[in-house]
Ligand binder design. Structure first.
Ligand code: DX5
Ligand code: ZN
Length: 219
């Protein structure tokens, strides 16, 4: 059975004590920390930038899985890398040249991901699948936590998993949005390796992080 990883989204954490919450995530079984960066332009919400990420870096050794929902993205990549991102994921719509942005992230020795919105087709990433470390499938329209899982994306996961097998590629499939104890199973069954979760990890079972992360991993 394959090992499922959980990347809790700090969007649902307590912003007045992010450092403590990140430490607690590490102690309670998180595999990485999902950091949602929003610019109030590419998505209709505004969150955090490089100085906050930099100040959080000392609270954990876990990889920072940084999801950039900013446009234009290319000119800010180095700032996020310097701030301590380990995985840098961007949306193809937010760069003029996908290849250049991938190359830049790799030149900084970071892992690179491409994120596909619910209405963005695999075709947007197809030519880059041999060069990237992960595909982040959005199962909600990005911008806010706590939205409902869009089940139409399950076919996209299956198709990607199929392509990955046929072409013997190694990229991971990560899913983001509306993941709970039921939708996690559907996603993993379709081919997902990494589950992003904000609401479920922080709010279910009275915020019992250990139980929630463990339950998400149980497929
Ligand atoms: C949405 C973000 C997600 C979101 C997940 O724009 O990218 O990471 O916070 O939150 P839940 O798990 O609450 O759907
Ligand atoms: Zn995200």
């Amino acid at each position: 059975m394959k090992k499922i990883q959980v990347s809790p989204s700090i969007l649902s954490a307590d912003f007045s004590k992010l450092g403590d919450d990140i430490k607690r995530l590490e102690e309670n079984g998180a595999d990485m920390i999902h950091v949602d960066v929003m610019d109030g332009h590419f998505v209709p919400n505004l969150t955090i930038g490089p100085p906050v990420i930099k100040s959080l870096r000392k609270y954990t050794k876990l990889p920072f899985d940084v999801h950039l929902m900013i446009d234009p993205v290319h000119k800010y990549i180095k700032d996020y890398s310097d701030a301590g991102a380990d995985i840098i994921t961007f949306h193809p719509e937010a760069t003029e040249n996908i290849t250049k942005t991938i190359d830049l992230i790799k030149s900084l020795n970071k892992k690179v991901g491409i994120s596909l919105n619910p209405d963005t087709k695999i075709a947007a990433a197809k030519d880059h699948l041999d060069k990237i470390d992960l595909i982040l499938i959005m199962s909600v329209y990005p911008g806010f936590g706590g939205q409902k899982f869009i089940s139409d994306v399950v076919k996209k996961i299956r198709d990607l998993d199929q392509i990955r097998k046929e072409r013997k590629l190694n990229f991971k499939i990560e899913i983001d949005g509306g993941i709970n104890f039921e939708t996690s199973k559907i996603a993993v069954e379709a081919g997902v390796d990494i589950l992003v979760s904000g609401t479920t990890v922080f709010k279910e079972n009275n915020g019992d992080l250990k139980k929630n992360i463990k339950t998400l991993k149980q497929i």
